[in-house]
Write a protein that binds this ligand. Structure first.
Ligand SMILES: [Zn+2]
Length: 397
């Protein structure tokens, strides 16, 4: 808990500090592959590279069949590059299983015109989910993005242009991740995402290290794959002999998950690509609940904060956190500061605003939140951060 005297000091410090500078940026054109990164992200990357934190691996190539592959002799397993695509290798810090009895709900590839029906359904069910968004789709569908936030969707990163990340060079990887983080930040009123999912699951330890060391992003995979992306809008398959052939096929697959073993728990790969993929989840959700699964968005499976600078949507946004400032800018105690105080918080209307007025409202609401609820939540300013870290080390278990 936070002592009243400390609370007063932090609030005073916050109020006396310069207001948030919610710096927005000119985003790359939609669809740009490996857009040029900001110079400050490159600087952080070079420091991490110089410190030996980012391995030098050859980039994969893409075969004619669309599979990434490495030159002969490259060890793709856990003692080598640890490629998920080539060797089903997970990184040490990757998330792919849910705790026993839990079901991690996640959707890739939004925001898209097929998405709002999903958001409305999830909100009606009071069901949180993680949505791994493509930067290009955010730019193309900003209103749908705002609908997602307003419905209390948890937002993660799914790259700018949906490439096979292992086929890119380091600079391109920086751009794919950084600009998607930037788009989410700019359109959400300042939230900085904490989780990402590589398109096609394609990552190796070079890609993982860039995501972690520069952007402090944690990779989220899956342990069930619905292949729901195979269904096109007419309900047929785009995948030939692979994957579900019909909506019935998809729903049968999803129902098979929830009657299977509960250890480990499930993290399912689903998409908000089409009304058919959305319908698969909607039409089988009742069965998921009936079988007793504890369904949550990804961070709530592990009682983690939703973002690097906020516990959940609608909570105070910590100032002083920059995009791509590097892992070393987050002391080990910092993650525990942002443990969500509740998994049922509702979104704040201010989240969907990006004007300076909205920033002021957010600060005001943050102060009111702390003052009225007397939670252990800390309000930050650039001047209070060091103090807060010292306090957190002593206050939090
Ligand atoms: Zn995808």
């Amino acid at each position: 808990m936070l002592w009243p005297a400390t609370l007063g000091l932090l609030l005073t410090s916050t109020l006396a500090s310069p207001l948030y500078s919610r710096q927005t940026s000119t985003l790359p054109a939609p669809g740009t592959r490996g857009p040029a990164p900001k110079s400050e992200w490159i600087a952080v990357y070079e420091a991490a590279k110089g410190a030996g934190k980012i391995p030098t691996f050859v980039s994969a190539k893409l075969s004619g069949a669309g599979n990434p592959y490495y030159p002969p002799g490259v060890d793709t397993g856990e003692n080598g590059v640890c490629s998920w695509s080539a060797a089903a290798c997970f990184g040490d810090d990757d998330i792919s299983d849910a705790p026993d009895g839990m079901y991690g709900v996640s959707f890739d590839d939004g925001p898209l015109p097929s998405s709002p029906a999903l958001y409305q359904f999830l909100q009606k069910q009071n069901q949180t989910a993680t949505h791994f968004f493509i930067g290009t789709n955010i730019v193309n569908n900003p209103d749908v993005f705002r609908q997602a936030l307003a419905s209390n969707a948890h937002i993660g990163v799914h790259t700018w242009s949906h490439p096979y990340m292992t086929t890119l060079n380091d600079t391109q990887i920086l751009g794919e991740l950084g600009w998607t983080v930037q788009a989410i930040h700019d359109l959400s009123g300042g939230l900085i995402p904490k989780f990402w999912r590589p398109p096609y699951g394609d990552a190796d330890n070079r890609v993982r290290a860039i995501a972690k060391e520069v952007f402090n992003l944690t990779l989220v995979g899956w342990n069930r794959d619905s292949d729901d992306w195979c269904l096109n809008e007419s309900g047929g398959s785009s995948c030939g002999s692979y994957g579900p052939k019909s909506t019935d096929d998809l729903e049968n697959e999803l129902r098979s998950w929830v009657v299977g073993g509960a250890s480990p728990g499930i993290i399912g790969l689903e998409h908000e690509l089409t009304s058919k993929s959305v319908g698969g989840f909607v039409n089988t959700y009742a069965g998921l609940k009936q079988h007793g699964w504890d369904a949550r968005c990804i961070p709530d499976l592990f009682n983690l904060s939703w973002y690097l600078n906020s516990a959940t949507n609608g909570q105070p946004i910590k100032s002083g956190v920059s995009i791509g400032a590097g892992l070393s800018s987050f002391p080990p105690t910092s993650s525990s500061i942002f443990e969500p105080t509740s998994t049922t918080s509702s979104p704040s209307a201010s989240l969907v605003l990006t004007s300076p007025v909205a920033a002021v409202e957010s600060i005001s609401q943050a102060v009111q939140h702390i003052a009225s609820s007397a939670t252990s939540y800390l309000a930050f300013s650039p001047f209070s951060v060091p103090l807060a870290f010292v306090l957190a080390a002593g206050l939090l278990a």
